[in-house]
Design a protein around this ligand. Structure first.
Ligand code: DQQ
Length: 569
């Protein structure tokens, strides 16, 4: 009858701009009864965890359970506080004076531009919202990464960038390198829209490392009449670890939209993979009306291509597939695989970024490298109708194989919630997620496990560990860490069910932190002030979908994060 949790709090102070103010971190209690032990979040390998406990400390939270009410058992640490009790209280701890915006108050973002509320933001007012952990350029617009790769000791990210403004347009490839995927060095622009075949934008593309040492960078160019074509670029000097200079192939464009495909529906070539016939395959996302599709081309030299007479895969009703990604995962084991790996003991993941919904959907399936067909293992969880990488703001992701550490790294783009008007005032828009290592979930073989790259731990300067914390139902336990500007939190929960009955309707994060399910929710109240009038909940919602199945949602609830009104202060 217990939920256990381990949490480590680690506040590095590397950022001159505080991301978290008043960081009182607390655990939200499970709000109701529990019965079956449920692994909620895949833990890091035991060795890592032990290491972290020694280094960072950790904490164990034991949630008492029973038939609970908000005012039920009292915590041993603090009086119970109902997470939902003052849901409608709105005295904000921060307001427009500190740069709180539509980003933190989604209710202020209307469907139509004229419905939106804005404020006279300045760049300086928003500096506290910038992050030190995540990749983002110093200023202006960015959307999604292209061609990530590891080369001669450096990780390279190329990103969709507008060098002139904080809104989308004039898309150019920004370029940055890192030794550890965390600390980035901004380099000169890699590709700019200066040819007829990309004059309207150098859009997303992917890198392929040839066994002969060459790097082939395929990217989408948007032409003067907005036709999407595929182009090839190469490093001017492949021996340069920083790959500072890029040249566009004189044969460009190497691919035009094929017959039957709309000129604006042909973009974002994948990293190529090598087939059993010695030819490379490149996938490109498209659509036929509302049918989302993946075209596949075969090529020997990346200059001439043959379009297959069938799709790699298609799903009705999903619309345009952007930023298609296709990669192998090992059925057993924790290592990543090179993109060309196929055969026994290997599954393949197909991902599409759905243009219609701006969500990244993937599915696990089986790839036949001879027929060049991919089939989802579970048709109910097909691409675009089933699993997502992330249930928050997350789009245009891309993976790459890190041959140095034999892992597959996933990177996504966190798109803006501010209005364009506000973005222009503040001078920047959006950022990249922390890169994540992805492997197949060995327990089910049907899902992916994602974990922030281990290098994130290099940011930890101090650490706190809370162990054996017994939390009463319906209450909040403060974990005192003093003040900090950035925190990395590791929390481990163990849930033990009391009954094995289906008790919940399938739901998701939509109800927020205050809505109960039979097994929760429970999690962390971050960015909380002392009165809990201001907080951001990051929480787990396990939902018992049948007697022996639990689906766990990992959610955030920002409805009590810096609400502001026109006269907030
Ligand atoms: N954005 C790029 C496209 C891609 C989309 C253009 C994803 O290549 O399809 O900036 O957000």
């Amino acid at each position: 009858m217990e939920t256990r949790s381990t949490a480590a709090f680690d506040p590095p102070t590397i950022n001159p701009y505080p991301l978290f103010l008043n960081p009182i971190f607390s655990f939200l209690l499970p709000l109701s009864q529990m019965a079956v032990e449920t692994p909620l979040l895949d833990p890091p390998p035991p060795a890592t965890r032990r290491q972290q406990c020694g280094l960072i400390l950790s904490s164990l939270l034991i949630f008492s359970v029973g038939l609970l009410t908000f005012s039920g058992h009292r915590s041993q640490q603090s009086p119970p506080i109902s997470p939902g009790a003052d849901h409608h209280r709105t005295p904000p701890a921060r307001g427009v004076r500190e740069g709180v915006s539509a980003k933190s108050s989604p209710g202020f973002v209307g469907e139509e531009e004229e419905e939106r509320v804005s404020y006279n933001w300045t760049n300086a007012m928003f500096t506290w919202q910038r992050t030190a952990y995540h990749f983002q350029p110093q200023r202006n617009w960015m959307n999604g990464c292209a061609g990530p790769l590891y080369h001669k000791g450096w990780y390279h990210i190329f990103y969709q960038y507008n060098p002139d403004s904080a809104v989308w347009g004039n898309i150019t490839w920004g370029h940055a390198v890192s030794r550890d995927l965390i600390h980035w060095l901004l380099l000169p622009l890699a590709l700019v829209p200066d040819r007829w075949y990309d004059v309207n934008g150098v859009w997303t593309g992917s890198a392929t490392r040839h066994p002969d040492g060459n790097i082939y960078m395929l990217y989408t160019g948007s032409t003067g009449n907005l036709t999407q074509v595929q182009n090839l670029a190469h490093p001017a000097d492949p021996s340069d670890p920083l790959l500072l200079n890029w040249v566009k192939n004189p044969a460009n464009p190497v691919l035009l939209p094929p017959p039957g495909i709309g000129p604006k529906d042909f973009r974002d070539p994948t990293t190529a993979w090598l087939g059993p016939d010695g030819l490379w395959r490149v996938a490109i996302g498209s659509r036929m009306e509302k049918l989302g599709i993946t075209l596949v081309y075969k090529t020997r030299d990346f200059l001439s291509y043959e379009l297959l007479d069938h799709y790699l895969h298609s799903v009705p009703g999903t619309g345009m597939w952007e930023c298609v990604d296709f990669f192998p995962v090992a059925v057993n084991g924790t290592k990543g695989l090179d993109t060309s790996a196929a055969g026994e003991g290997i599954k393949h993941v197909l991902k599409a970024s759905l243009d219609d919904t701006k969500l990244d959907h993937f599915a696990v399936g089986t790839y036949d490298p001879v027929e060049d067909l991919w089939t989802p293992d579970d048709p109910k969880n097909d691409v675009g109708i089933g699993l997502k990488y992330d249930y928050g703001r997350y789009y245009a992701s891309k993976t790459f194989y890190d041959q140095e550490k034999q892992r597959r790294i996933l990177w996504g783009w966190i798109n803006e919630t501010d209005t364009e008007f506000d973005d222009l005032k503040k001078g920047w828009a959006s950022l990249q997620t922390i890169p994540r290592t992805v492997v197949l979930d060995g327990r089910t073989g049907a899902d992916l496990l994602q974990w922030p790259v281990e290098e994130i731990e290099s940011l930890r300067l101090r650490s706190y560990c809370f162990e054996d914390v017994l939390v009463g139902p319906g209450s909040v336990v403060p974990l005192h860490i003093g003040s900090a500007t950035q925190l990395d939190i590791m929390a481990e929960f163990e849930v033990e069910l009391i009954s094995g009955k289906k008790t919940d309707e399938e739901n998701s994060c939509d109800g927020g932190a205050a809505e109960r399910s039979s097994l929760g929710p429970f999690g962390i109240l971050a960015l909380a002030d002392a009165s809990l009038s201001e907080l951001t909940s990051v929480f787990f919602r396990p939902v018992q979908t049948s007697a022996d199945a639990v689906t766990t949602y990992f959610c955030t609830d920002q409805t009590r994060f810096s609400k502001f009104t026109f006269d907030p202060l």
